[in-house]
Ligand binder design. Structure first.
Ligand SMILES: *Cc1c(COP(=O)(O)O)cnc(C)c1O
Length: 297
């Protein structure tokens, strides 16, 4: 029997936003409120975790083990999912120097949701894709036999969960834009969109390696390139979790105008990028652009 928490959820709301920064260029802006898809697990984290939770339960696993930094939204979502489903969770956290210190608010939430935290050296954490290193880290955390969810939650099952987000948006816009960390959400979303629709990713980390990551994630999940997608580079604002004053001001102003709580690490950079691209004429007059609101502050 499927766990009630894992039953399919209704599509998240799609809202039109009236904003002259788009209107004056003849562009319609819609917000896909995926932050509302689940009451406790926002947006893409739910889309990515749900198929993994299903697979873990079907295979008889009682515990999930996953990876993240000290501020990881993915760790928090995994901890909350474990609580909801009655599964154990183990979080392998980057940075063994954190072990003796008080937990920050994000890790404290993980712990309160029942996640056992295990801090590891950054040098090991970086090499966790190597099978021997992975086995050693999981063993060291006392999580042998647990279901392993990769960092950021982006694996083939996660992409299938995010393809559902794309299917919910068929016919809704020419362009569907999403902020990218690992790129898993974009990779799945693109696969679910209909003909003539394009997915546009806005990387929040500098680096330029994301295109290759997305191609390999899509190859693993769908056997090759799936759907139309591209990346809009240059909107990382200095790197992951950096929120310089102009971006902060932009996000606060957007909240005021549209009564939307704007998550700063991803969603603010997405909305900034769409405003800038619209101003520079990147979207033809008469087109509709949908921004996926992947999370909340
Ligand atoms: C994790 C996260 C993302 C990035 O998703 P990826 O699939 O890793 O690209 C985007 N937005 C929010 C709010 C997130 O928490």
């Amino acid at each position: 029997m499927e766990h009630p928490e894992l039953r399919p959820r209704p599509p998240s709301p799609l809202q039109e936003v009236r904003d002259e920064r788009f209107g004056r260029h003849g562009v319609r802006l819609l917000l896909k409120r995926d932050d509302l898809v689940h009451p406790e697990l926002p947006g893409n984290k739910w889309r990515k975790l749900a198929p993994n939770l299903r697979a873990a339960l079907e295979a008889g696993h009682g515990t999930l083990v996953t990876f993240g930094g000290a501020y990881s939204n993915h760790l928090r979502a995994t901890a909350a999912a474990g609580r909801l489903l009655g599964m154990g969770t183990v979080g392998i956290v980057r940075g063994d120097e954190l072990a003796g210190r008080p937990l920050n608010a994000s890790l404290a939430r993980c712990a309160a949701d029942g996640m056992r935290l295990h801090f590891v050296a950054r040098s090991d954490y970086r090499r966790k894709a190597e099978p021997e290193v992975l086995a050693r880290l999981v063993g060291g955390a006392g999580a042998e036999g647990a279901y392993v969810v990769p960092e950021g939650g982006s694996n083939a099952l996660a992409l299938h969960g995010c393809a559902e987000l794309g299917r919910e948006l068929r016919g809704a816009a020419e362009v569907v834009a999403v902020a990218c960390g690992t790129g898993g959400t974009l990779a799945g979303l693109a696969a679910g969109l209909g003909p003539g629709q394009k997915a546009l990713g806005v990387p929040v980390l500098a680096g330029g390696f994301l295109g290759a990551e997305i191609r390999s994630l899509q190859a693993a999940a769908f056997g090759g390139r799936a759907g139309e997608w591209s990346l809009a580079e240059g909107y990382d604002h200095g790197g992951y979790a950096r929120v310089p004053a102009p971006l902060e001001a932009f996000a606060a102003d957007f909240e005021q105008r549209h009564a939307l709580p704007v998550e700063r690490i991803y969603v603010a950079k997405l909305l900034w990028a769409l405003t800038d691209l619209t101003a520079s004429g990147a979207f033809p007059r008469g087109s509709t652009v949908t921004a996926v609101v992947t999370g909340r502050p």
